[in-house]
Design a protein around this ligand. Structure first.
Ligand code: FMN
Length: 329
């Protein structure tokens, strides 16, 4: 049986980008509370890690609630058999799909031939995609497989890479409009994303093509969808600037009162506590938690001072006490 694929949802699609140490279950629940996307993604999760002895330190990346739907598990790693296992795991744990990371540009990852490096190593990419498709299909339900990738490693190679990807039974490609070498340092090349869409139209129109790179919010996304003909857009850093980026009125963020902003962060703290329900969660995850403060506490006189005092707080109790002064009753 094939479960309802998130990629068949009505277009255009607005998708939350996977972001390590950001798009965990807590943040996704905040998006449900504010302005949810059509499709959620997990952070990228290493398939060697999940199935190793220290798996507990990795598998939290796949933790989710029933409400975060549809949710796609993004995986990366080395051995094809682990991709197979990763896809099987995703299927058993209620994910709506599994996505292969072929875009991460980190040097230490590329040097090992992983993630974006596979753009230049079609043999390895083939093994990984085929193993993932088998894992997503063997036994019971079938979940769709997608690939998130870039324009190339050192130079643009979409002329060979996109047709190669389209030769597999994948549901979607998300194309980040930069090479790995470009990291995020130059504006995304949307003209090249449009070129990839034209290849898709010619070679395999059934594969969904999502554009990614510098989309600030839904309004900007709608414009890029119109101009570049993608089926949807994926938004990453835009969410760090605007938690309402997916809202039909993304300017909603600009009208939030200080009290509403403080309330949103309090809500985030509540979900954080309910999710990582152990006493030292704050100490262990303070670094990650504190990264979110700027998303909520910004753009008003005194925001920077408030963030400074929040950063200095040593417990959830202390953090809440600081914030509660800003919430009007
Ligand atoms: C903090 C951070 C973490 C990221 N982690 C991932 C990841 O786990 N998997 C992935 O495919 N891309 C990751 N990316 C890349 C984003 O998904 C996205 O492709 C990139 O930021 C460009 O989109 P944007 O301009 O909308 O941010 C990350 C980006 C950022 C800023």
């Amino acid at each position: 049986m094939t479960i309802q694929s998130p990629w068949t949802r009505s277009r255009p699609l607005f998708i939350q980008a996977p972001m390590e140490d950001v798009t965990d279950t807590v943040f996704r629940q905040m998006l449900l509370h504010t302005a949810p996307p059509d499709i959620f993604f997990t952070e990228f999760t290493n398939v060697e890690g999940v199935f190793s002895e220290g798996g507990a330190n990795v598998v939290h990346r796949l933790q989710h609630t029933e409400a975060e739907k549809p949710l796609i598990a993004q995986i990366w790693g080395h051995k094809p058999e682990n991709y197979y296992n990763g896809a099987q795991y995703a299927k058993k744990h209620g994910f709506a799909g599994v996505d292969i990371n072929m875009g991460c540009p980190k040097k230490e990852v590329i040097n090992k031939g992983l993630c974006a490096a596979m753009i230049d190593n079609h043999d390895q990419a083939r093994k990984v995609i085929e193993a993932t498709i088998r894992g997503a299909s063997d036994g019971g339900d079938v979940i769709p497989v997608s690939v998130k990738t870039r324009l190339g490693v050192k130079s643009v190679t979409i002329d060979s890479w996109i047709p190669f990807l389209l030769s597999f039974d994948i549901a979607a490609i998300t194309l980040h409009g930069r090479t790995a070498k470009e990291m995020s340092k130059v504006p995304a090349h949307w003209d090249l994303i449009a070129k990839a869409v034209r290849m898709r139209n010619r070679l395999k129109p059934s594969v969904v093509m999502i554009g990614n790179g510098d989309v600030s919010d839904r309004k900007d996304g709608l414009e890029k969808i119109r101009v570049y003909n993608v089926d949807g857009v994926m938004i990453g850093r835009g969410l760090l600037e605007n938690i309402y980026a997916f809202d039909v009125d993304p300017t909603r963020n600009e009208r939030l009162t200080i009290s509403e902003k403080a309330f949103l962060l309090l809500k985030h703290l509540d979900i954080f506590e309910a999710t990582w329900n152990h006493q030292d969660a704050f100490q262990k995850k303070a670094y990650t938690l504190k990264k979110y403060y700027k998303i909520y506490i910004n753009s008003f006189d005194g925001a920077s001072d408030l963030r400074t005092s929040l950063m200095a707080a040593n417990s959830l109790v202390e953090t809440r006490a600081i914030l509660s002064k800003y919430v009007s009753r």
